[in-house]
Design a binder for this molecule. Structure first.
Ligand code: FE2
Length: 391
């Protein structure tokens, strides 16, 4: 291999929110992410610091059976701990699943020898994933991990007592299996049913293609992550050469070069855009995130989701389709901090059969989402399948 690990997929992603409660309303209540754990990030603060920083909760949420696929960290606390108030780096992590724990460990000298030393490594609880965190050229943390905790039909995260298996050091190999840790917890008398459980509050009033849900759509996938960067060459160096993503599309928009990179069959997982485009597109100057993608289960659900969000006062807007080759129908919901959340339902898959049609992406789509047709031609989505029931 060209490097000691292979990035397989975007596993989770996180944003810092100035108002954690407002972010919870947006991501949990409106978009349907389920909370899997809430951790107080201010435990070591003095009472005066705590009073000044306000809400210090770190919220771990999921859309599937993984312990977390999206995390919300309190921006004021993150800025306090990092000493960088007002940083446009509002992404707390872009997190990649690699093929094995050995690959996580062997990534540590790789990142260091390529000029991107790992800031920390170990095993995080909640989530139980072994990981290493390296910043990209703009300081955005990219995490590699193995072994995310899975949440079953009972909706229970691991009990707090099992957070004892976490640590902050480079893991020595081999590590014990999770099954042995569960056996140890049972033997020592942990209450295995005492973990956090998401409590859905809105009534399940929508018939979502045959299932009663609390909103007229279901988020079934995360990504791509689109980044604005002041230095395209440096950003590309990190994501392509160091992380190993492959370029799947290069395009130009109003004279600015745009690069899309992917891993696995998805057309792209990351998009790199010159920072100069941010103002031109009218996106928030407080963040270098251009957008974070959320995939819903069908075109019907996409249209319903946009109408649902707009009816709850969320700004839903369009961006030129030329910026997003590989995704046809997409519109952007603006979160309480000004982050653009890209809602879509299908992405070109880079596979030999059936043939891909990147040339038609966006060409059939009216520019304003309100003008989209009620139905579109069969365009069956051949990407990652969502496992399990929707709700
Ligand atoms: Fe993480």
């Amino acid at each position: 291999m060209d490097r000691p690990f292979r990035v397989q997929r975007l596993g989770h992603f996180g944003l810092n929110a100035v108002d954690v409660e407002a972010a919870l309303y947006f991501y949990r209540d409106l978009l349907g992410f389920m909370v899997s754990d809430v951790i107080d990030g201010g435990a070591r603060l003095t009472p005066a610091e705590r009073a000044a920083l306000g809400d210090t909760r770190r919220i771990f949420t999921r859309h599937n059976t993984e312990h977390h696929t999206f995390v919300i960290f309190p921006a004021r606390l993150v800025e306090h701990l990092s000493g960088r108030p007002g940083s446009p780096n509002t992404i707390n992590q872009i997190t990649w699943q690699v093929s094995s724990l050995q690959q996580v460990v062997e990534s540590i000298p790789w990142f260091a020898s390529n000029g991107y030393p790992v800031r920390r490594a170990g095993r995080d609880t909640p989530g139980s994933n072994w990981n290493a965190y390296a910043p990209d050229a703009d300081g955005t943390l990219n995490e590699l991990y193995y072994g995310m905790e899975q949440i079953g039909w009972d909706g229970l995260a691991k009990p707090m007592s099992m957070h004892s298996f976490g640590f902050r050091a480079e893991p020595e190999l081999p590590q014990p299996s999770e099954a042995d840790e569960v056996a140890e917890a049972r033997t020592r008398g942990d209450d295995l049913g005492s973990g956090f459980r998401h409590a859905e509050t809105p009534p399940r009033q929508f018939d979502v293609e045959g299932i009663r849900l609390a909103r007229p759509f279901k988020v079934v996938g995360i990504g791509p992550v689109r980044l604005f960067t002041p230095d395209m060459a440096k950003a590309e160096d990190f994501y392509r050469r160091v992380l190993g993503l492959r370029i799947t599309a290069e395009t130009s928009y109003q004279g600015h070069r745009v690069v899309l990179l992917g891993c696995g069959p998805e057309h792209h997982a990351v998009g790199l855009y010159p920072l100069a485009l941010r103002e031109r597109l009218g996106l928030s100057p407080h963040t270098n995130l251009m957008s974070f993608g959320l995939r819903v289960a069908s075109y019907r659900q996409l249209r319903a989701a946009l109408a649902f969000l707009a009816s709850h006062g969320v700004t839903v807007r369009d961006l030129p389709p030329q910026l997003t080759p590989g995704i046809d129908y997409a519109a952007y919901a603006i979160d309480p901090d000004g982050h653009a959340i890209e809602l879509y339902w299908s992405m070109e898959q880079v596979v030999r059969c059936p043939a891909v049609h990147p040339e038609r992406t966006g060409s059939r789509r009216p520019e304003r989402y309100e003008l989209w047709p009620e139905t579109i031609e069969d365009d069956s989505f051949g990407g990652e399948v969502f496992l399990g029931p929707w709700g």
